[in-house]
Each structure stands twice: as structure tokens, then as C-alpha cells.
Design a protein around this ligand. Structure first.
Ligand SMILES: CC(C)(COP(=O)(O)OP(=O)(O)OC[C@H]1O[C@@H](n2cnc3c(N)ncnc32)[C@H](O)[C@@H]1OP(=O)(O)O)[C@@H](O)C(=O)NCCC(=O)NCCS
Length: 195
């Protein structure tokens, strides 16, 4: 199976697999459309018809899209339910930039995101990451709560930036995973979904 050949890591019964354009473009576009509420928080509008193409083509300044991991989260039934974008060595060696972690609404709120982040972090650490870095738009309060719970702290804020219909400040957050034991982000006590 092609997906297995491209496997990055597993999380419970879910598989996280390297995506490929144009093969996976329609499936990725469908995920963006199911995640319209998130796009509205970020850009003030639903995703456009080119959302998947932009995902595959996006890369931080000076990087080639080919050097950015575009990963898909497949559930145990083989359905694409989420996306991850990861850039090892950006913006400097030892740092891995988590450009996107997005689960479709039916997959949210049951602890999968937390499990997935922990699995992602172990995978990134095994590829040399000492710190994970990400940006959260100021309007994404739930996202900010989530990253706080995962052990991230804010390191800086950008100037206001035009993002679609909105002007957003981005909170840059980081988590140091180099110290011994830091590979296991905090777990909320007693949560049934912690696997
Ligand atoms: C951010 C995201 C990846 C988190 O994944 P998730 O699976 O929803 O995360 P969790 O389930 O661990 O936590 C989400 C909420 O569900 C709650 N929750 C988790 N497990 C639960 C359970 N078993 N029962 C009830 N509630 C639970 C959490 O307390 C949390 O509540 P909060 O919103 O009040 O903080 C996901 O919500 C998502 O993709 N959102 C849209 C995209 C996005 O914002 N990405 C981050 C951009 S920087």
C-alpha cells in the first residue's frame, strides 16, 4: 500500500503519512473544506478552491516546498482526517517548525490532537529536533489553550499581518524538548482519552 511506504509515524490506530501532490490534492482540499471554521478564525473567510495547492506549495522564507514535510493523518478506516506541516531546521538548526496541525471537527475534542502532538514530537526528536516552534493567530484562543497544555510558552509576537480578510498578530510559541524527559508533553490527569 502506497500510504504504508510513506509512513512517517503512528499514533494509536492512526497513521501519519507523507502526502503527495497532485495525487492527494483532492483529499487534502476536502479536509480544508471540512475545517472551514478554522479558516474563518484565521482568515475571516472559508478556504478557497486553491487551499490544497497552497498547502503543498507553501514553505517558510527561503525554503523549498520539497523540504517541508506535508503529512496526512489517516484514521483506522483509512480516511484522511487531519494535516501536519513540519519544517526541520527552521528557522535555525535544532528547531523544528510545526507549520500546521489541523484535525477535522469530527476528530477534535477527544484528546486525539494531544496524542498526535506527542507522537509528532517524538518523531521530530528522533530526527534531531531540540525545540519545536509554531505560530498561533491571536484569534485562535482554543489553539492557544491547546499549545499551553502541550507545554509551549510564548516567545514573541509578530507585528499585525494581513491574513485573508483579517489583520492578525501571531503568537510565536516554543517548547524545549532537549532536556531529558521533555519528550513526553504534559498529560491532563484522569482524561479517558489519554492513551
Ligand atoms: C488544535 C487541535 C489540533 C487540538 O486537537 P484536539 O483533538 O481537538 O485536542 P484535544 O481534544 O486534546 O483538546 C481540545 C479540547 O477538547 C477537550 N478534551 C480533550 N479530551 C477530552 C475528552 N476526553 N472529553 C472531553 N473533552 C476533552 C480539551 O480539554 C480541550 O478543551 P478546550 O477547548 O476547552 O481547551 C484541533 O482542535 C484542531 O485541529 N483545531 C483546528 C486547527 C487549529 O486550531 N490548529 C492549531 C493551529 S496553531
Amino acid at each position: 500500500m502506497e500510504e504504508v511506504a510513506n509512513l512517517a509515524f503512528r499514533c494509536g490506530g492512526n497513521r501519519v503519512v507523507r502526502l503527495d501532490a497532485p495525487r492527494d490534492e483532492a483529499a487534502v482540499q476536502a479536509v480544508f473544506e471540512r475545517c472551514a471554521a478554522f479558516n474563518i478564525v484565521v482568515e475571516g473567510r472559508p478556504p478557497g478552491p486553491g487551499a490544497a495547492r497552497e498547502f503543498f506549495e507553501s514553505a517558510p522564507g527561503g525554503w523549498r516546498a520539497a523540504d517541508v514535510e506535508k503529512l496526512g493523518v489517516y484514521d483506522r478506516d483509512g480516511r484522511l482526517i487531519g494535516l501536519i506541516e513540519s519544517v526541520a531546521g527552521y528557522p535555525e538548526p535544532g528547531v523544528t517548525h510545526l507549520g500546521l496541525l489541523m484535525l477535522e471537527p469530527d476528530a477534535q475534542g477527544s484528546g486525539l490532537g494531544a496524542d498526535l502532538y506527542r507522537a509528532y514530537e517524538s518523531w521530530a526528536a528522533s530526527h534531531g529536533a531540540e525545540r519545536i516552534r509554531l505560530g498561533v493567530v491571536a484569534d485562535n484562543e482554543a489553539g492557544h489553550r491547546f499549545w499551553n497544555r502541550m507545554g509551549f510558552t510564548e516567545t514573541s509576537r509578530t507585528e499585525p499581518l494581513a491574513m485573508g480578510e483579517k489583520i492578525q498578530t501571531i503568537r510565536v510559541m516554543e517548547r524545549d524538548i532537549s532536556a531529558s524527559g521533555a519528550g513526553a508533553p504534559p498529560r491532563a490527569p484522569g482524561r479517558a482519552s489519554d492513551r
